[in-house]
Design a protein around this ligand. Structure first.
Ligand code: SAM
Length: 293
């Protein structure tokens, strides 16, 4: 069975798309570009050329042994690219990543969510962090990932990613840019760490809250966050404070963006909450956990 059939992937064949991805990455001297899923090297080749021009390096992680071998032969240590490209055979979701400043990925869409979480976590590594990630997604997925809080298309993954990173849909990619063409259109998304991310006291609480709210997104927030329905022991005082936060109009210390923000948080559906409101909710919950309820 060929690579395509086994892994279900679609290889890029339109050089304009690959060139735009490389241009978006904007490789600079000293950069380490991590490429996930090198495939037959359509992007690797362009990344290597850009890296060689400015004095940067490319590290490629490719899961398929046959393709990894081919990448090593063509772009690896003994090829014309000298030591610019390092090819690692392995599953990008399983293995540890080297430190990198840029990430470029055209990956199979079944791993879009876990790969994105891994990118974001890598961005939060102590002393690590990256400048920019340029990732190809299925168009609908890209739209939801980039949709700002407070809008219909917002997703729970989007909320988590946007709490630390900016997400921008850079350009659409028609299915004909791939061989064989997939059934859906794609889009390239740019992800960058926020300069001033909101202060989230406990990321686990924030993440669990996002899961809770967005698994019941048609309900009102006050109906989701009820005693017995949330996994945190809040105590009486905590519940009083939470009810107060849910029931009162937003405090004026926050930036007000739309009229809808004037509604009490508890009266809204989760998709109408702003990032500030979700962070405030999570931090309120966290403060009572710390105080022991
Ligand atoms: N980047 C190439 C291109 O644009 O033509 C290949 C794209 S193809 C959609 C995805 C590539 O990712 C395949 O070569 C596949 O073997 C590889 N791949 C799939 N899952 C992977 C994983 N978990 N870790 C690393 N590579 C993976």
């Amino acid at each position: 069975m060929g690579y395509r059939k086994r892994m279900g992937q679609h290889f890029l064949r339109d050089p304009r798309v690959a060139d735009r991805q490389v241009a978006l990455a904007d490789v600079k001297e000293g950069d380490v570009v991590l490429e996930i899923g090198g495939g037959r090297g359509f992007l690797t080749e362009r990344l290597a050329a850009a890296a060689e021009r400015v004095g940067a390096r490319v590290v490629v992680i490719e899961k398929d042994p046959g393709l990894a071998g081919m990448l090593k032969d063509r772009y690896g240590y003994h090829s014309g690219y000298g030591s610019v490209v390092e090819v690692i055979e392995g599953d990008a979701l399983e293995i540890g990543w080297p430190s990198f400043s840029l990430l470029v990925a055209n990956i199979p869409y079944v791993i879009s969510s876990p790969l994105t979480m891994k990118v974001v976590e890598a961005g939060q590594r102590k002393g690590g962090g990256f400048r920019r990630a340029v990732v190809m997604y299925q168009l609908e997925f890209a739209r939801r990932l980039a949709a700002p809080p407070g809008t219909r298309e917002v997703s729970r993954l989007g909320i988590k990613v946007q709490s630390t990173h900016s997400v921008r849909l850079a350009f659409r990619v028609p299915r004909g840019a791939f061989s064989p063409p997939p059934k859906v259109d794609s889009a390239v998304v740019v992800i960058e760490p926020l300069e001033n991310p909101p202060i989230i006291e406990d990321r686990e609480v924030f993440s669990t809250l996002a899961d809770l709210l967005f698994s019941r997104r048609r309900k009102k927030v006050a109906n989701i966050l009820r005693p017995g329905a949330i996994p945190w022991p809040l105590g009486e005082e905590g519940w009083m404070r939470l009810r107060e936060v849910l029931g009162t109009p937003r405090e004026r210390t926050w930036r007000t963006t739309t009229d809808a923000d004037e509604k009490p948080m508890g009266e809204k559906r989760p998709e109408r909450l702003t990032m500030e409101e979700m962070v405030y909710l999570a931090n309120t919950i966290t403060s009572f956990l710390k105080n022991g309820g």
